[in-house]
Write a protein that binds this ligand. Structure first.
Ligand SMILES: [Zn+2]
Ligand SMILES: [Zn+2]
Length: 265
């Protein structure tokens, strides 16, 4: 059976500092889920746990008390609304989600790819060096103490990894050999970390698609499971989400067998 578009596990509200729409509330997210027939959604506002270590200036206000103020989440007969966060990995490869707060989260969505944050990776870092860093960050991630089956790998191929020019992130991904991806995704599969489907494939030229999809094909070969995550911060992003999901699922030819199910046990 084809992979059913019945969830979105990466969603922000106006509690995230980079969300600029006051109307981006949990009620809006619930309406989006109902309208599109989604069964499960997860709130994942940006978060850094000050119990782990000193946050950057941008993360400082986005602590646990702040993101927890979204609770209780609105529910409906048709939609289960879960509470989680989008964590992060800093320049020392420390993941900012401590043990105490993990008990309160149903899913941890964590990128190792926020390489646009200048405190984590200096802006002028060349693409070649960024490719090495990408691999190091991915390697630490796969060996981290993040919980098996309850962790999602956010936007693995985002342009944020190298964005001086549009093609930089594509070049960066091309620099990483199949074997490296294969090794890391085998670890991800073993730990049942979900791989997020988040890209807007319409933005890529046909000859670029192969480069950005390659990691996902390798992940699939390695037995990784996938989930949909729009990373929407706005009404416009919610509006376009289903089309983007549809394109990713088609491109990778995913079935229900390939689905990451963090809320089933
Ligand atoms: Zn992100
Ligand atoms: Zn996000």
């Amino acid at each position: 059976m084809r992979f059913v578009l019945d969830h979105d596990y990466h969603l922000h509200t106006n509690l995230s500092s980079c969300c600029h729409e006051e109307e981006q509330t949990t009620e809006r997210l619930l309406r989006y889920a109902e309208k599109n027939g989604l069964r499960d959604i997860c709130l994942t506002n940006h978060f850094w746990d000050d119990a782990v270590c000193q946050p950057t200036k941008w993360y400082a206000p986005q602590n646990f008390a702040h993101i927890a103020s979204a609770r209780p989440l609105p529910q409906s007969d048709k939609v289960r609304f879960h509470f989680g966060c989008e964590g992060d990995m800093n320049e020392r490869f420390i993941i900012g989600i401590g043990q105490e707060v993990r008990k309160e989260m149903e899913l941890l969505v964590v990128p190792f790819t926020h390489m646009h944050m200048k405190e984590f990776v200096p802006t002028e870092t060349p693409v070649e060096e960024r490719a090495n860093l990408y691999v190091q960050r991915m390697d630490v991630f796969m060996g981290s103490d993040l919980p098996d089956g309850k962790t999602g790998i956010a936007h693995m191929t985002t342009p944020l990894i190298a964005r001086a020019q549009w093609t930089d992130h594509i070049r960066l991904l091309e620099m990483i050999p199949d074997d490296v991806f294969r090794y890391e995704f085998s670890r991800a599969a073993q730990r049942n970390f979900g791989i997020e489907l988040n890209m807007d494939l319409a933005k890529y030229a046909p000859e670029e698609l192969q480069s950005v999809l390659r990691p996902y094909f390798i992940a699939k070969e390695c037995g990784c499971k996938f989930y949909l995550g729009s990373d929407a911060h706005s009404a416009a992003a919610l509006e376009g989400a289903m089309k983007r999901f549809e394109d990713m699922v088609s491109a990778l030819d995913l079935t229900e067998e390939d689905k990451f199910c963090p809320f089933e046990s």
